[in-house]
Design a protein around this ligand. Structure first.
Ligand code: GLY
Ligand code: MN
Ligand code: MN
Length: 435
């Protein structure tokens, strides 16, 4: 769990990065209609979760650095016994204020009367647009009105500043408490992948493996999947974000599972690829070992001070060399790398930040240079090889095989730690677990 002290420190850090005379406005995520009168499970804005941990919709948090009457104001739903009978507990103003450490809490329905007044003398509005379109429009309107009403001696402009950029910087480095939660998310997810390997059998459906995975997530206390679980057997593994999960598992095919749980708002992201019948074929084994070698080479690059692009470069070098050795690519390795010939078979990047969002916030480049790793960053390493079933340019034995191997890696002071090594990835270990 994240303590109130840590939430307060996060807000303080953010406010220390904000300009003079500024305000930060963070809106809760909107509720999303699924069909008629049923809604998707609610998922709070990760920025709002990061700054105060409030989980309810219809809320807006406001940060006002150096404001004597209080720097943290919350607008939220008031108590409503009838709605609470149907939809569950609402904190209401008093409980929200006390539990979250806000200096003031107001009913969300009063925001129209209060927020414009807080904008009046501000030069900068820190805001993250595009995530709650309805609120975006209202805020633009209030800012516009406030600026139009300013006297000619006052500053007539009010600049919007991208809040995501600042929060990205903060969220990129994980605290000890965050690492603890992410370790747990990684452990649960690794156990879930082990369960899928053990339970897998010929004739099952992809969705049944999905059920095994998600059963383990929830039995272990995770909220559920951090993203829609991918279970792709046979050629479905070549569809990078395949989520249909309806096909039958066939003997002789591989199955690729990309699934990770969300635990106390933090995500894990693991991919394993294994044979449906428990034994890799010769062609599958050759490609599998190549992806694994690329993954290990990419992971080995990770250490504080190393730039983010090195892992992908290492993976590309190993994959290209290996594809040439297998006769899938023809030509001179260096030239093939320069030409990007591997892209027919390996078409995504090797890594992304991981945190409260599965593709977490944080810039990958700083002043146009690749970012340097620092201890406390968390990322995935996930190379793959995907050979389209209709790729007539390669020998038949390789066609329709899709393999990805993905782990979650913490950058440490000395180098790195793999958080997801609770699920095997060596071929012999996978075959042993499945036997
Ligand atoms: N699960 C999506 C990804 O690996 O990026
Ligand atoms: Mn990933
Ligand atoms: Mn993944």
């Amino acid at each position: 769990m994240i303590s109130n002290k840590e939430y307060a420190a996060r807000r303080k850090d953010l406010m220390s990065m904000m300009g003079h005379n500024s305000i930060a406005i963070i809106a809760a995520a909107p509720e999303r209609l699924r069909s008629k009168d049923t809604y998707y499970p609610y998922k709070q804005s990760t920025n709002l979760s990061y700054l105060c941990g409030f989980a309810e919709p219809s809320a807006v948090m406001v940060l006002l650095p150096n404001r004597a009457q209080g720097e943290f104001i919350l607008f939220c739903r008031d108590k409503d016994p009838l709605r609470e009978t149907w939809d569950g507990h609402r904190m209401g103003l008093l409980e929200a204020k006390n539990k979250l450490g806000a200096q003031d809490a107001f009913p969300i329905d009063d925001i129209e009367d209060i927020l414009p007044g807080l904008l009046e003398d501000k030069d900068h509005v820190y805001y993250s647009p595009g995530k709650n379109k309805a609120f975006d429009g209202r805020l633009m309107h209030w800012v516009d009105e406030v600026c139009n009403n300013r006297t000619i001696e006052g500053n007539s402009t009010c600049e919007f500043v991208d809040l995501d950029h600042l929060l990205g910087e903060l969220r990129l480095i994980k605290s000890a408490a965050e690492i603890k939660l992410m370790r747990k998310a990684a452990d649960i997810s690794a156990q879930a992948h082990c369960r899928a390997m053990r339970q897998c059998s010929v004739g099952q459906k992809e969705y049944q493996l999905q059920a095994e995975i998600e059963h383990e997530f929830m039995m272990a206390g995770a909220t559920g999947p951090a993203y829609t679980s991918i279970v792709g057997s046979g050629t479905n593994a070549c569809v990078l974000h395949y989520i249909e999960n309806r096909a039958t598992l066939k003997s002789g095919d591989l199955v690729l599972i990309d699934a990770g749980c969300e635990y106390h708002n933090y995500a894990a992201d693991i991919t394993r690829t294994f044979p449906v019948n428990g034994t890799f074929s010769k062609a599958q084994a050759a490609l599998y070992d190549l992806v694994l070698a690329a993954q290990e080479a990419a992971i080995k690059t990770i250490a504080p001070g190393v730039t983010f692009d090195q892992a992908n470069k290492a993976a590309i070098a190993v994959i290209t060399q290996g594809l040439v050795e297998l006769g899938i690519l023809k030509g001179e390795v260096e030239a093939l790398v320069a030409d990007g010939a591997y892209r027919d078979f390996y078409m995504h990047s090797v890594s992304h930040w991981l945190g409260m969002d599965v593709h977490d916030v944080g810039d990958y480049k700083v002043d146009n240079h690749w970012r340097v790793y620092e201890a406390g960053m968390l990322l995935t390493i996930e190379p793959g090889i995907y050979i389209a079933a209709d790729n007539a340019a390669v020998d038949k034995q390789w066609r329709g095989i899709g393999i990805r191997i993905e782990d979650d890696i913490l950058v440490t002071k000395k180098g790195y730690e793999i958080l997801t090594d609770g699920v095997p990835k060596q071929r012999d270990q996978i075959e042993k677990l499945m036997a």
